[in-house]
Write a protein that binds this ligand. Sequence first.
Ligand SMILES: [Zn+2]
Length: 216
Amino acid sequence: MKTTGTFSKNNIIITCSKKDLEFAQKITEQIIEMHQKLKREFPITKPILTNITLAISESVDDYIVSAEKKKEDYQDWMVGHSILKKKRLCLLSPNIVKDYGIEEMIQIALHEFVHLFFDYYFGEHNTLWIVEGVAIWYADQTNRDDIDIQSAPTIKKLEENFYDGGYIYSGIYVNYLIHLIGSETFTKIYANELNWQEYITENFEKDAIIFYLNQQ
Ligand SMILES: [Zn+2]
């Protein structure tokens, strides 16, 4: 029996099953808060982003359709996705995700919202560590216990092979970049109007980690 329904709350359209409704409402509240926070921090000129859809899928097959992925490209760790042209956030239901708890799934939803925020207001950026880093940072997905200054990847390495441990460090590097250059310049980098390479200082990676660890 299909129990999925559509609900609307604060301009967010939710598609989910009854048992995920509470989870979906929690996410919705946090997305609204995140939107306010990011709007305060980053200068925006476009009309406010509204009519976002939050689609929570009860099966991997449904998720693949919702996230517009190809079956052969799907991997277990893919539990959240955002699609700018549809203003859609796609999540796999926490009922069927094994590797993450509810709080982590909420962070993943926020991560996807941050992608949507930056892609919508500033345009789609093409450097992966910057795109993922800003989402990791604002969704609060870094953990100081996972950081090792000695084995931290350089930005050059993140450009060559991001998926080999790049996520967390990208968040720390983006946080430091924004600290150095300010949020307005960062948005110009995101919008591909400025070149990020010009803002990377000597020993950037180590300085970024020290800055992060001192912030915690
Ligand atoms: Zn991401």
